[in-house]
Design a protein around this ligand. Structure first.
Ligand code: FDA
Length: 372
């Protein structure tokens, strides 16, 4: 008999939920993590008592009461509501696009008049068959909103002109005709009180975790000690990139401690002008209504991805999706390896979705294992 039922590669939300649930079912799990900390991309680093979202700001939001109760069973969440601002050439606007934004942009305060204004702008451009992201966005919200809020931000995000980007990137551009700055539409929202590490610690409580261990360095020895592997790393890496790389968009974070209590008065400001090199500034203490003496801000710079840099956003274009299909066909044939999470599935997942996915995977495996 092998020492472990499951070797779980990666201690992000997928790996941690999987390990927790299987341990509850009496399975023996070992979690390995190549970084020097647990938690994957939701990990927070404590700086002068402030939980710094080291891999980008994370706001938990869901409509699923079951998932909300699940996370709250490990740590209590606060009532933080994400209401970011946009800074365009020094002027501040509320986000997401709502009556506050439109008033700030056009000084029109009546919903019907705003609807009319947007409709006129769309009609003026008369784009019937959008060919690229720029056309697509203008045909949905008109030129003013596009030029102030979308063009520069999107071009920085993707490192390409909006006219060269495919239109499928923008499927929806929600506009609200109410004065409502709540970024997410979900019923349940918040931040774990004390940070995301508390959620991960709760999930992994009592489970053996080894950090600083890269699966690929000790692959042969590691598979000897386990019955099955749960792999949450990069799918193409698992197969030694033999059909080429799956590409990503990356980010660089510039974190800075400032000796002042309040830098920008809000958790997030998006910089929508192309001339500002970063896309947003996050001030972490505001996620938890922090009262610390100092503050930590993070400037987020989108970057080209290359092998070795952090993989953040999958690029779901045709080339990558075809390549993914080839790897997925290999993965399907594995009998002792389970793939899950954002990297192994090459898919953008929100936190509530990745938790739901891990719970559903556990359920399926338990059902299959107990079938006569
Ligand atoms: P995750 O990447 O967290 O974990 C995988 C782990 O596997 C990593 O720790 C990695 O080091 C480890 N690993 C990989 N290869 C390995 C190997 N060979 N050996 C050992 N370990 C290995 N969602 C949301 O709901 N609200 C939000 O506000 C945000 N914000 C946000 C901002 C940014 C910038 C990004 C990129 C993403 C978000 N998200 C989000 C999404 C959220 O980050 C995501 O849902 C989870 O982190 C996914 O968890 P996983 O476990 O799938 O991956």
């Amino acid at each position: 008999m092998k020492k472990y039922d499951f070797l779980i590669v990666g201690s992000g939300l997928f790996g941690s939920v999987f390990a927790h649930e299987m341990t509850k079912m009496g399975k023996k799990c070992l979690v390995i993590e190549k970084r020097d900390h647990k938690g994957g991309n939701v990990y927070c680093e404590s700086v002068e008592g402030i939980n710094v979202h080291k891999y980008g700001p994370h706001i938990f939001h869901t409509n699923d009461k079951g998932i909300w109760d699940y996370v709250n069973s490990f740590v209590e969440f606060n009532n933080f509501i994400y209401s970011p601002l946009a800074n365009y050439q020094g002027q501040l606007f509320n986000l997401p696009f709502n009556m506050n934004t439109f008033y700030q942009l056009w000084k029109i305060g009546n919903p019907k008049e705003v609807e009319k204004k947007i409709k006129e702008q769309i009609e003026k451009e008369n784009i019937t068959a959008p060919q690229n992201l720029e056309d697509q966005a203008i045909s949905m919200v008109g030129a003013d909103i596009y030029n102030v809020f979308i063009k520069g931000y999107t071009e920085k995000q993707w490192g390409r002109k909006a006219k060269e980007l495919p239109k499928f990137i923008i499927k929806r551009l929600p506009v609200r005709f109410t004065y409502d700055n709540n970024y997410f539409n979900d019923t349940y929202q918040g931040i774990p009180i004390g940070g995301y590490n508390k959620l991960i610690d709760g999930l992994l409580d009592g489970i053996e975790v080894r950090t600083g261990v890269d699966f690929f360095k000790d692959r042969n020895e590691l598979i000897q000690i386990t019955d099955r592997v749960v792999f949450t790393g990069k799918l193409d890496e698992f197969y030694d990139y033999k059909f080429g790389h799956l590409q990503y968009r990356s980010l660089r974070f510039e974190h800075k401690y400032l000796n002042l209590p309040n830098y920008q008065g809000v958790a997030g400001i998006n910089f929508t002008d192309l001339n500002v090199p970063y896309t947003r500034i996050i001030e972490h203490k505001h996620f938890e209504f922090g009262k610390q003496k100092g503050t930590v801000i993070t400037k987020e710079y989108p970057q080209e991805w290359s092998l070795g840099s952090e993989a953040f956003y999958p690029i779901n274009d045709r080339m990558n999706m075809e390549r993914l299909g080839v790897y997925q066909r290999l993965a399907k044939k594995e009998e002792k390896v389970i793939f899950g999470g954002r990297l192994a599935e090459y898919k953008y997942y929100d936190m509530h979705q990745v938790i739901a996915s891990a719970l559903s995977k556990v359920k399926k495996i338990i059902q299959a294992d107990t079938m006569p």
